[in-house]
Design a protein. Structure first.
Length: 295
């Protein structure tokens, strides 16, 4: 993006504020406020690196025309886009309509809020098939995650392993997900493959809205929050907080983590109405010792 706007042979010391204003205008035409802000930050990293490593004698002057979008504009744009999560019915259709390995990927995302990078870099060793737990630090934050896995998730992963291609590169041998070309799902020609495959699925199913694979994390955070245990939700999501409680907290009980993922499971796969009605009746009958009712 920088080369396309400034030219490959442009000297950094020749860049002026109006050049950065031109860059921002170009980006504003094709991206929303959130993406625009993220790209401005990334661009500044390039030039800050050059100054900090003495590749240029002074900091680059961006000018006010290269400022970040205001928080107000970001919030207004987000409100205009509407909900950024998939509802349960949509997510079930996606899981049922997908083929492997996207089926297993969708279930891992819905089960524990794994994002694209989490999925692409997930090692085989992270999942204990016997205990049905995923234990692995989130690459983005370094937060150790322990996620209880649903029976549906374990079954999908086991099914995927029966058809997993042989990695082309020995460095990817330990990855759970390998593309048909034998690559990791986030490198080379397969970079962004998870997003592309999910988009094809959404288009085929007719699920509208500016949402893609990463939007599943919105649902996990939203529905998981109904447990009223934000600490457990953060642990599952791999969120890093800067408060002192997080510094001192050494562990979270399995029961709290299971309560969160169990709530999400029941939202996504609700029990049939008849079964939901039968269980309370059977419980009452058992307490009253009514053998005929139990039968």
């Amino acid at each position: 993006e920088l080369l396309a706007t400034f030219g490959q042979h442009r000297l950094l010391t020749d860049l002026l504020p109006e050049d950065f204003q031109k860059l921002r205008s170009r980006w504003s035409e094709k991206w929303g406020f959130a993406r625009l802000g993220a790209e401005i930050v990334r661009a500044r990293v390039v030039f800050n690196y050059a100054y900090k490593n003495r590749l240029i004698p002074a900091p680059v002057v961006y000018g006010q025309g290269f400022n970040l979008p205001s928080q107000k504009n970001i919030l207004l744009a987000r409100a205009a886009k509407g909900s950024q999560m998939f509802e349960a019915e949509e997510l079930r259709r996606m899981i049922e309509g997908a083929t492997q390995p996207l089926t297993a990927m969708l279930l891992l995302a819905a089960n524990g809020g794994l994002g694209n990078a989490d999925i692409a870099r997930l090692p085989l060793s992270a999942i204990d098939m016997k205990t049905a737990w995923l234990t692995y630090p989130r690459g983005k934050t370094g937060v150790m995650r322990r996620i209880p896995l649903w029976p549906e998730t374990i079954a999908a992963v086991k099914n995927w392993l029966t058809q997993r291609p042989t990695p082309k590169d020995s460095l990817n041998f330990e990855l759970l997900f390998i593309t048909v070309r034998g690559n990791a799902w986030d490198t080379g020609s397969d970079a962004g493959a998870i997003t592309h495959e999910c988009r094809k699925l959404l288009d085929r199913l007719g699920i509208k809205g500016k949402r893609n694979f990463y939007a599943i994390r919105h649902g996990v955070e939203t529905i998981g929050g109904e447990s009223r245990d934000q600490v457990a939700v953060d642990a599952i999501m791999g969120h890093k907080r800067g408060d002192m409680a997080s510094v001192y907290r050494e562990r979270i009980s399995d029961e709290r983590l299971q309560a969160v993922t169990g709530l999400i499971h029941d939202w996504l796969f609700p029990k049939p109405a008849k079964e939901a009605q039968e269980k309370p009746r059977l419980k009452i009958a058992a307490e009253e010792g009514d053998a005929a009712a139990i039968a």
